[in-house]
Design a protein around this ligand. Structure first.
Ligand code: SF4
Ligand code: SF4
Length: 174
């Protein structure tokens, strides 16, 4: 994965892709889910996470209490020792997050605790959240870091624009 090229693409496309996701708050094609599923299948033919790991480098997962217990046990630590060593509690949400990026468990671009990794990591990049249109803010944030999400939103946008009068049919926002 050429992350420099990815970052350049983010700069180039972010505004139009974010604008498209915003438009979904007002108009959603009836076959949206099928469009997303088809685009997602195409994305994974082009993207190989094992050559990327940018989510582990640039973002933090959220650790649930079950994640902390499971990973701490795997490492032979208590949950408290695990939290004290690597995590902080986000004030607003109360979520446990990594203190530093890249993630401390990323070794040679691979997850060293893959079998017991946080559920949040296992589910990332969350392309199957349903319905797609109500998670626009999640995808907007993630397309800054995840080449797969950038490509997904780009493909969905192109597909929708091919099949619908979109977004020109929408009135200008006041
Ligand atoms: S726990 Fe593993 S998958 Fe999750 S961010 Fe860290 S290195 Fe990546
Ligand atoms: S989920 Fe996204 S950011 Fe993470 S490794 Fe795969 S393509 Fe890269």
């Amino acid at each position: 994965m050429d992350l420099k090229k990815f970052k350049d693409t983010v700069v180039r496309k972010k505004k139009s892709l974010s604008g498209f996701l915003d438009q979904l708050e007002e108009l959603v094609p009836p076959d949206m889910q099928e469009i997303v599923e088809q685009a997602d299948a195409e994305v994974w033919k082009e993207i190989d996470c094992t050559t990327c790991a940018n989510c582990c480098k640039a973002m933090t997962p959220t650790y649930s209490p079950q994640d902390i217990k499971r990973i701490a046990a795997h490492l032979g630590m208590t949950a408290k020792a695990f939290r004290d060593k690597w995590l902080y509690k986000e004030e607003e949400t109360g979520d446990w997050m990594n203190r530093t990026q890249p993630c401390q468990f990323l070794v040679d671009d691979k997850c060293s605790i893959y079998e017991v990794r946080p559920e949040d990591c296992a589910a990332f990049p969350h392309h199957n959240l349903k319905p797609f249109d109500i998670y626009g803010d999640t995808y907007k944030a993630n397309l800054n870091h995840c080449p797969a999400t950038l490509l997904l939103v780009d493909k969905v946008k192109k597909h929708v624009e091919r099949e619908y009068i979109w977004p020109a049919q929408l009135p200008e926002k006041q």
